[in-house]
Design a protein around this ligand. Sequence first.
Ligand code: FAD
Ligand code: FMN
Length: 762
Amino acid sequence: MKAVSIGGGPAGLFFALLLKKDDPRHQVTVYERNRLDDTFGFGVVFSDATEAALEHADPQVIAAMGERCHRWDDIEIHYNGETLTSTGHGFSGLSRKTLLTILADRCRELGVDIRVGSDVADPESLRGADLILAADGANSAVRERYRDHFKPCIDLRPNRFVWLGTTKPFPAFTFYFKRDAHGLWRVHAYQYEPGMSTFIVEAREETWRAAGMEGAGEAETLAFCEHLFAAELEGHRLLSNRYVWRNFPTIRNGRWSHGTVVLVGDAAHTAHFSVGSGTKLAMEDAIALARALKEHGEVPVALRAYEAARRPAVESLQRAAQASLQWFEDTERYTSVPPIQFAFTLLTRSLRVTHENLRVRDPKFIARVDAWYAAEAARAAGACASPGTEPAAARVGTPPPPPPPMFTPFKLRDLRLENRVVVSPMCQYSAVDGMPNDWHLVHLGSRAIGGAGLVYAEMTDVSPEGRISPGCTCLHTPEHAAAWKRIVDFVHGRSRAKIAMQLGHAGRKGATRIQWEGDNEPLNDGSWPILAPSPLPYYEHSQVPQAMTRPDMESVTRDFVRAARHAVDAGFDLLEIHMAHGYLLASFISPLTNLRSDEYGGALANRMRFPLEVFDAVRAVWPAERPMSVRISAVDWHPGGQEAGDAVEVARMLKAHGCDVIDVSAGQTVPDQRPEYGRLFQTPFADRIRHEVGIATMAVGAISSYSDVNTILAAGRADLCLLARAHLWDPYWTRHAAFELGFRLPWPDPYSLLDNYKPRFA
Ligand SMILES: Cc1cc2nc3c(=O)[nH]c(=O)nc-3n(C[C@H](O)[C@H](O)[C@H](O)COP(=O)(O)OP(=O)(O)OC[C@H]3O[C@@H](n4cnc5c(N)ncnc54)[C@H](O)[C@@H]3O)c2cc1C
Ligand SMILES: Cc1cc2nc3c(=O)[nH]c(=O)nc-3n(C[C@H](O)[C@H](O)[C@H](O)COP(=O)(O)O)c2cc1C
């Protein structure tokens, strides 16, 4: 085969040597426009895991890299005058020039033809080759040449950064967060060879502009950064290598190959430098492509196999990189949190590294995080850890280790929760005439026994017309209140959990079938008229709701108040108003479903008017000592809909009206939503609201491991974690988590002999 690489970076060179090594008969040429030793940049970082993964591809290259790299285990975080160190991270740095020299030497040894100083102006000039590798980096001209086919998407991120070097030998991977008159500056620094380190400076656009860096050349940039970081550099100089301030481009492509042309490395995809993986991805691409060519004789088939093999891993890493870069874009949000929590949130920013991973890497650091979190929680809850919840490891005379974050108490008004795991509200569609029955008793009762601190009853409707389906529960008569009281009394009498009621009105999503007979599908028989802010049906074939008049609003408000009074009688500990998922109050908030031209439509303040009227009326009858929550859809996942910034304003208004905690969900407003699902996909909204509004939040959505729960809590992304499907699967989810974490959660008396029983699951 005749293969050419346009670009002699890590992707092009590594692929060239792997192909040639596989079969010396291949003719492989690398065209590189620059000299290999005048390449931009200083060092690159590899994790231990990456090196292990690369090793089998060419042990000789990896051995040479191993000899020349600088290794470290620690991450040091300098923030607010404190230095926090976390160990066990296993990374190495290597000079980019050294890496390229190692790769080029190996290429030459194997017989690859490297043509330096060769700028390929047009890939069409190489059409005679069987394979054309577009390894020409983030600004790939080859990708642009065939952009209609590759369909690139380049997301230019707002922060500014510059990639510098320094002679200061950093002993650890070092982060500095430093404020000056212009704003907050971040530094990512690491040593890549004895006495030489990479020093990346990053700031928000406004900070960078205020410092006069717009239009600054190399000399001004160096002078400014040396002055700003004089104390940190301790007399060492900063060095530049033809690198000016820029915005990071996150690059994605709809397709990675076009005929015999294939994208690899940065030309195909980028991952923010804060996850230090661009070179790793480029080299992994090279391995996968060489393997695909070996396995599939035909080039187009091999290129498809290469993309199928690489795309999922690349996209997964890009998701982690996205979370990480957003943390650096939003760092200002976290600058009022204590240093230990700041360090924890930084280390877990990509949502890949968890409380549990860190516990394995650095148990002392996690013990410190847990001790701090438990002390804060106990102080805020006005007590030390509740009796009977001491860790299993506790022995007379030895101080017990701090409880994991999920097993710390949480207090809202006079309500004290024993732990921070919550059973999310889940409709059971099993009621008759709105009446909860034995199913609801067993469903909620078993989950309360299962150890969660708080159990939510399902969305319960304030009137028969407000139901989603004929199987939904209601709370508009004393009989409903009595049926609910039976369940509340069971939870209070037989478990340590508290129980919350979620009140709602289905609005335009009402009069539909029970979920397993057609979610959101209109009823064929026995339907009832439905209400909404505007006469917009959910589906085209759904019932058209009636646009609410002022008397309708007064009537619905009265229904909410009546239901809230019944919730008091039933003895619920917390009351939630459902303002999410496209139901009545949510449909007032979203601009997609509220097209009113009166004072209840238009600007967000107007769209919030009716939901706030309902909230105020309910708050007035709900006992002052008991807390209230509101569930919101932070975003609509739809153009023109609610965005995360709007959710911050919604939460701010709710807080001003006496809401204690925001239950942060998302979407379900319109059927053609485009949600971005994934692990913890809604947690970033809870995090943002918590920090920007200063109100407690609950995170929900694809949270399923205890490690994720502890990570969310310790990082301060939310105060409580709600799990829905995980609790359907395992009513004893919290007990399983306690067992795994070595934490003793007392059993109800009839099960007390389980305190001395060791379950075996394998
Ligand atoms: C600030 C910063 C920090 C980073 N830190 C790390 C890190 O710590 N760890 C890590 O793994 N990665 C890091 N990266 C990413 C890393 O540099 C890239 O992901 C990696 O170099 C991609 O390799 P590549 O071979 O695809 O592209 P490149 O390394 O960009 O190589 C492309 C080559 O193609 C050549 N070329 C372009 N056009 C032509 C043409 N028409 N004709 C001939 N030659 C051409 C260029 O001269 C260049 O040598 C960082 C990136 C940045 C911006
Ligand atoms: C069967 C079922 C019923 C649900 N009913 C409700 C409900 O009554 N009220 C509500 O706000 N959310 C409801 N939800 C959404 C969940 O509370 C939760 O937000 C969602 O399932 C995401 O969490 P998970 O990933 O842990 O399942 C329901 C979810 C399920 C699976």
